[in-house]
Design a protein around this ligand. Structure first.
Ligand code: CMP
Length: 146
């Protein structure tokens, strides 16, 4: 472990194992990779998003041409939202996930290993502290994060 420095902070972030990852039986493998990277699970659920919930979660993308497909994909089966905590958790999760498009993702990343394409990319991760706060609150009550 590197020594803690002024640029490091304990953060929380939200990840979602998407319907393709859950259906492929990858939940355990993905959680193991995250835990091996010293990201601690503080909250975990398994649920199926309604269309309204998926539209709300991805509201920032509602003008994009892939929005309808994305909502259909995210509602096709159960998802596993997880709150992770650790040093620089937001950036580190994004590094471990790899690029949105798996063909551009680095070797060894979750998307390089398991994702099919830019849409069916097995995992979501918050992109910044404010979105992490909003996305965590979308699925979890503060009292359930232990
Ligand atoms: P995620 O990181 O969860 O954020 C938005 C999601 O939209 C993304 O992962 C993909 O699942 C999907 N997405 C992003 N860009 C595209 C695209 N160009 N075409 C289709 N789906 C996309």
């Amino acid at each position: 472990m590197p020594l803690r420095n002024e640029f490091m902070a304990t953060e929380r972030t939200l990840t979602i194992i998407k319907p393709d990852g859950v259906a492929a039986g990858l939940t355990g493998a993905i959680l193991a990779k995250l835990e091996q990277a010293q990201l601690t699970i503080r909250g975990i659920r398994r649920l199926r998003l309604s269309t309204a919930q998926a539209e709300a979660f991805y509201a920032v993308h509602r003008e994009r041409k892939f929005f309808g497909d994305l909502v259909r994909f995210m509602t096709e089966g159960p998802v596993v939202p997880v709150v992770l905590e650790g040093e620089n958790a937001i950036a580190r999760l994004r590094e471990i996930m790899g690029a949105t498009d798996p063909s551009k993702a680095a070797e060894g990343t979750i998307r390089k290993l398991y994702a099919s394409n830019i849409e069916r990319n097995v995992i979501h991760g918050s992109d910044a502290p404010e979105t992490a706060r909003q996305e965590i609150a979308f699925f979890f009550a503060e009292a359930d994060l232990v």
